[in-house]
Design a protein around this ligand. Structure first.
Ligand code: NDP
Length: 485
């Protein structure tokens, strides 16, 4: 049975839906039609207080649970999410406009992978013993306390789970604020957590615009802030968290390079570029939007790309035959259109696309520019839409230098049949999540996150544990204390 997009309340706190209509209205728009599907309200100061108090109380008890028992709750939540994958995917499609064909395999499934992985890892989290002759040191790995998660709108379910699973596994509580553009699915995850046995108040969801996030970040009860968002927001949140020396994870934007050498297997390289530019209609932080193609291969690459873009099926995202959806919002569509205009004005060659698609909804054609140079706006700024820039290069050294000439460092990819070159090049690219003969794979087992202006900290993998726990050491002297006087 499908979920009603209108939730029973805007927020989920202490194991129940909460509403306070005094908060600013949030209109939830289905991007495929432009029609309102739900109305929520931003959290008022009273709601924020309720959420933080609930989280603080629940965390104290949760931290005393054995890690194995904590892990069992997460694993059970993962199972429930899998059982309800279709309902959750349909809701995610309504929230984001992403085709059901995608959400069925990439959203609740990725969220449940994280819950399952960290559920399994929980029981293995220990301190260590360090022998120093007769004396010794032991370490205590402990939770941070109340964590705040703030999400972007492109992968709302995945972002909520990627933050919450390691946080809870380590014994923390979470107050999560989704983007106000996509507020629906996090509420369902909160329901599922309680159903799976999480204490009420352990995972709370509050809705709101940036100022709700800002007041969560500065609250003295909050020990850690994990943001997925743009680099400018990241700088603001990082600075606000620094006031009280809070822990942070910043998963920010990028302008990632994808380098295609002339010995690459053409169809795989084109496939990688398609995944890295047009999946989720290009609304993915790690996208390889600067596609550097070795000069001899540029025209064959563009020809094959155009042919394969003929396979785009845009339309009703609930139709599982549709593989291409709208922009998340009219605002985002306008932002992307402005970048397309700049691309044309600054002299890039429009190979295909560039326009809005006919009909209701915020659909933009998959757009490819060639003859793009490094100084053009479309090659420098994150667009967050279906716009690929193809840049020609001659030598390996040149490709590496130009690929690194960006303040960002989220992802990078290389396509070549030369295995030595693949590793040599990837080693020199300044990016956190890299790919060889592939693009945008993000299994929970692999660390995910950026270097340079793309962020700090890592999500997923064992690395995430270090960002949701702290280690204290205890020195144990077995003999007498020697003091100078
Ligand atoms: P924004 O940076 O605009 O917003 C991110 C979140 O932060 C939203 O929930 C937003 O609330 C909130 N926020 C805004 N201002 C503040 C503030 N001062 N204090 C606390 N919270 C605040 O990003 P978008 O939602 O537009 O998402 C797109 C961006 O996210 C892109 O740059 C993309 O690259 C990045 N991203 C990064 C990923 C990664 O893992 N590296 C993955 C996905 C996206 P509100 O929306 O109400 O303003």
């Amino acid at each position: 049975m499908s979920y009603d997009p209108q939730p029973a309340g805007s927020h989920y706190i202490g194991g129940a839906y909460v509403e306070d209509k005094a908060g600013a209205e949030i209109a939830v728009i289905y991007p495929a039609t432009g029609k309102r599907i739900a109305t929520l309200h931003a959290a008022t100061p009273a709601v924020i207080e309720q959420a933080l108090a609930a989280a603080e109380a629940a965390q104290k008890d949760w931290a005393k649970w054995s890690p194995r028992e904590r892990g069992r709750v997460l694993t059970r939540a993962a199972q429930i999410m899998r059982e309800r994958n279709r309902e959750l995917s349909e809701l995610e499609t309504l929230d984001t406009g992403k085709p059901l064909q995608e959400t069925l395999v990439a959203d609740a499934t990725s969220g449940s992978d994280a819950l399952e992985y960290f559920g399994g890892l929980a029981a293995t989290l220990t301190g260590e013993h360090i022998q120093l002759g007769d004396d010794w040191v032991y370490t205590i790995r402990e939770p941070l306390g109340v964590c705040v998660g703030i999400g972007a709108w492109n992968y709302p379910t995945q972002i909520a789970c990627w933050k919450t699973a390691p946080a809870l596994a380590c014994g923390n509580a979470m107050v999560f604020k989704p983007s106000e553009t996509t507020p629906l699915c996090a509420l369902k995850i909160a329901e599922i957590m309680v159903e799976a046995g999480a204490p009420a108040g352990l995972f709370n969801v509050v809705q709101g615009y940036g100022e709700v996030g800002a007041s969560l970040v500065t609250d003295p009860r909050v020990a850690k802030v994990s943001l997925t968002g743009s680099a400018p927001t990241g700088k603001k949140v990082y600075a606000a968290a620094a006031g009280e020396m809070k822990h942070v994870t910043m998963e920010l934007g990028g302008k990632s390079p994808l380098i295609v050498f002339d010995d690459a297997e053409l169809d795989n390289a084109v496939g990688g570029a398609i995944l890295g530019n047009f999946y989720s209609s290009g609304q993915i932080c790690s996208n390889g939007t600067r596609v550097f193609v070795q000069r001899d291969l540029v025209e064959p690459f563009l020809d094959r790309l155009k042919e394969r873009l003929g396979g785009v099926v845009a339309g009703d995202p609930m139709d599982e035959a549709v593989n291409y959806g709208p922009m998340v919002s009219e605002k985002q569509m306008r932002i992307v259109q402005e970048f397309i205009r700049k691309g044309k004005d600054e002299g890039a060659r429009l190979v295909t696309g560039g326009g809005q698609m006919a009909g209701a909804g915020f659909f933009l054609e998959p757009t490819v520019f060639a003859d793009v140079t490094d100084d053009m706006t479309i090659a420098r700024e994150e667009i967050f839409g279906p716009v690929m820039s193809v840049l020609a290069f001659d030598t390996e050294e040149e490709a590496i230098t130009r690929a690194n000439a960006t303040p960002y460092g989220l992802s990078a990819g290389v396509f070549t049949r030369d295995i030595s070159r693949a590793h040599r090049v990837i080693r020199q690219l300044e990016a956190g999540s890299c790919f060889i003969n592939s693009y945008n794979d993000a299994p929970v087992e692999a660390p995910f996150g950026g270097v340079k202006a793309s962020g700090v900290g890592r999500e997923n993998s064992k690395e995430a544990i270090n960002h949701y726990s702290q280690v204290r050491s205890v020195y144990v002297r077995m003999g007498d204390v020697e003091a100078p006087f």
